[in-house]
Design a binder for this molecule. Structure first.
Ligand code: ADP
Ligand code: MG
Length: 685
């Protein structure tokens, strides 16, 4: 159970003073429903105010506090703003400008010839200086009430900065003193303060050290939880697998395995032979041949008399894997079955029976294969494809599936930078397929302005006439899903006008069977041009499709573009990728696109992606938790993840039960960052 000391931090902000219905929505949107969420809501920047006597002392764009005397009101009519003309002590003019129809209240606030203290951002309007909607207007002598630095927070409609500050002030009143989980020497070395002081400093002064400490806490708790998984896994009894290679020898492959595949296979074999269950991540770019590596592991298990399961993220991929495995395994004495949410009735019953009595050796399917009703006779190896769609908790759940914990092989085509691998898959060992099978065609990538759409369509026409197939991807931005869908439909309609029923459309709102039907027609080349929103991102294999067109490519992330591009270049034909870009590009968008033009190396793209996202990070996106961290920035993940991992490992080496004083404090950190499952592993040992 969560330590009592943390309870105030998990209290609901809905109970705060001044939080009514109107605030519920923005609070929800910013994910600030609990006290601790507010405490970790970091300022996006600090506004600096300058106290001055006369306007000559400051530059435009500075935020100032100054005494001014209103001398005249000017308004050019009902539609134009009210301009309160005012002078500083030297008689310099400035206009305090108020928009809106009600001009009564600014006049009341700023009566003529009465000096006032005014604060706001100085701007130039034509030849005049002005402040638009001063943020403070006070009596002379009250200027001390205005803060010289003020945190400006990520905000949302209906929740302005003042209100946000008030909420955070209320949260700060509830901050408890927490025991220290950071090693004292490190605290001193980094000049970090205690947790409570750091939380307070985060909101009261522009303190880098405070923010850093809190970010480190987050990374430390994360890595500690992973290390606990790893440690508890090591204590578990699994089944050592050492097949006699009989099946693997019979497998007829039309090609040589690459060196990288061989290396990964032997790393996996080494793990499987142990009784401690394997926890391994297999990373390899699209087309690097991960399936075969997984198959070798599965055959190993079957040779040794066990069952294996292969989990795919979607129905389509499950079927595709099932079919390609069936083809590869034809002629071998192996029973392979498929199970997805769509398999119902008698066939489903038969599959369940086969799993329970052991007559099915390998099961392929979607997450349905790990539901409670699915009982295996002796599952010894689970393979998860496209790991990034599965969270840690799902990985843990999986481990509970069999009497003896099955070995786990997770596969991902997203080449993840090393630091992110540690922060997202810290408990796993990593194998990398860093080499593509020989003879792969390089995909030629070009960046083209959307203005040249008709040329692109002409090129597409030539491609289709030459019996090629192609993808056309339209972006899907979550916020306006509807209108983007409309855009995709419109694009499909336009292309249909030219290419008739060779064109198919798939999008995220389609029902599974409907979508699969289109995909299958594309696979059978009945559909030649597949217009899609990003639903095709993951794993579909159509070797004859050698042209990829991505509209508004500047709206996609690097990794995503790389994944999409990986849909082509799978056949013997030379493949092309056209990235259509909008007129105006941000600097990072430009950098992303030119990197793609330059290289096909997924690992390099991933490292750059991290760097660009770090550098070009839009304020507030950190809160969206893309990398799963709320406090730590991407740069901080890179800078501290290694230390945090070592630190966590060291703590567990010395105090595996987290019973020491520091160990107990570390438990608090785990609960604070909601790694409750980490602590539960500790207890069940
Ligand atoms: P991914 O890593 O993207 O899952 P796959 O396992 O689907 O890649 O392999 C992509 C294609 O490459 C498949 O058609 C597969 O048969 C082929 N392939 C795999 N290994 C090799 C190899 N060593 N040499 C040639 N082709 C290979
Ligand atoms: Mg694959």
């Amino acid at each position: 159970m969560r330590p009592e000391i943390l309870n105030p931090l998990f209290g609901e902000t809905a109970a705060f003073k001044g939080v009514g219905k109107a605030l519920a929505k923005p609070i929800e949107k910013l994910r600030l429903t609990r006290v601790k969420d507010l405490l970790y809501h970091q300022p996006s920047y600090w506004m600096q105010r300058k106290r001055v006597d006369v306007l000559d002392e400051v530059d435009v764009d500075e935020t100032i506090i100054i005494e001014l005397t209103p001398v005249d009101y000017k308004s050019g009519g009902p539609r134009s703003p009210l301009r309160v003309q005012a002078t500083d002590k030297d008689g310099n003019y400035i206009s305090l400008t108020y928009f809106g129809r009600n001009i009564g209240w600014p006049k009341k606030l700023l009566p003529l010839n009465k000096p006032k203290i005014v604060s706001g951002k100085l701007e130039r309007y034509g030849d005049e200086l002005q402040i638009v909607h001063p943020d403070e207007v006070l009596e002379p002598g009250q200027s001390g009430q205005i803060a010289l630095v003020e945190p400006i927070y990520p905000l949302s409609d209906g929740l302005g900065n003042k209100r946000m500050s008030q909420l955070i002030e209320q949260a700060l009143e509830l901050v408890p003193e927490l025991p220290e989980w950071i090693e004292p020497s490190q605290l001193v070395g980094q000049s970090w303060s205690k947790w409570k002081d750091s939380v307070i400093a985060l909101h009261r002064k522009d303190s880098e050290a405070a923010q850093e400490r809190l970010a480190y806490d987050e990374l430390f708790a994360n890595q500690l939880a992973f290390m606990l998984v790893k440690a508890s896994n090591r204590r578990k009894k699994g089944v050592p697998i050492q097949g006699n290679a009989e099946l693997r020898d019979k497998l007829k492959l039309p090609f040589e395995l690459t060196g990288a595949q061989k290396r990964c296979i032997s790393e996996i074999e080494g793990d499987l032979a142990q009784s401690a269950p394997m926890l391994r991540l297999l990373q390899g770019d699209v087309g690097s041949g991960k399936t075969l590596v997984a198959l070798m592991a599965l055959l190993n298990a079957v040779e040794a008399g066990y069952q294996g399961a292969f989990l795919a993220p979607t129905e389509i991929l499950a079927r595709q894997h099932f079919e390609s495995l069936q083809t590869l395994l034809s002629g071998l004495p192996i029973n392979i079955a498929i199970l997805t949410g769509r398999d119902k009735g008698k066939p489903r019953e038969a599959t369940l029976m086969g799993l329970a009595d052991g007559s099915i050796n390998i099961l392929v399917g979607t997450h349905a294969i790990f539901q409670d009703k699915v009982q295996y006779k002796n599952l010894a190896l689970a393979v998860i494809d496209e790991q990034h769609k599965f969270g840690v908790s799902q990985r843990l759940m999986l481990a509970q599936k069999a009497e003896k914990t099955p070995h786990l092989l997770a596969m991902t085509a997203t080449p993840i930078p090393r630091t992110l691998t540690l922060s997202q898959f810290g408990e796993m060992d990593v194998s990398r397929i860093d080499e593509l099978p020989p003879g792969r065609q390089v995909i030629e990538t070009r960046v083209i302005s959307e203005n040249r759409l008709s040329e692109v369509v002409d090129g597409l026409a030539r491609h289709l006439a030459g019996k090629g197939q192609a993808y056309w991807v339209c972006p899907l931005v979550e916020e306006s899903e509807k209108s983007d869908l409309a855009a995709a439909e419109e694009r499909a309609a336009m292309l249909q006008q030219r290419f008739g029923d060779q064109v198919g459309l798939v999008h995220g709102r389609m029902k599974g069977p409907e979508k699969d039907a289109v995909m299958e027609r594309f696979q059978r080349a009945e559909v030649k041009l597949l217009v899609a929103t990003t639903v095709i991102e993951v794993g579909v294999d159509v070797p004859n499709a050698s042209l990829m067109i991505i509209e508004h490519a500047d709206r996609f992330g690097l990794a995503q573009l790389h994944q999409l591009r990986g849909r082509v270049g799978r056949g013997s034909e030379k493949s092309n990728c056209l990235l259509l870009r909008g007129e105006v590009l941000s600097e990072t968008a430009r950098a992303r696109l030119s990197l793609l033009r330059e290289t096909n190396d997924g690992f390099r793209i991933a490292e750059e992606d991290l760097r660009l996202r770090g550098a070009g990070e839009i304020l507030g996106t950190r809160q969206s938790g893309e990398a799963g961290f709320r406090v730590a920035s991407p740069e901080q993940v890179t800078a501290y993840i290694g230390t945090a991992t070592d630190d966590a490992r060291l703590l567990l080496d010395r105090d595996g039960g987290l019973d020491s004083e520091r160990g107990k404090a570390a438990r608090v950190a785990l609960y604070l960052f909601e790694k409750d499952w980490g602590v539960s592993l500790l207890r069940s040992g």
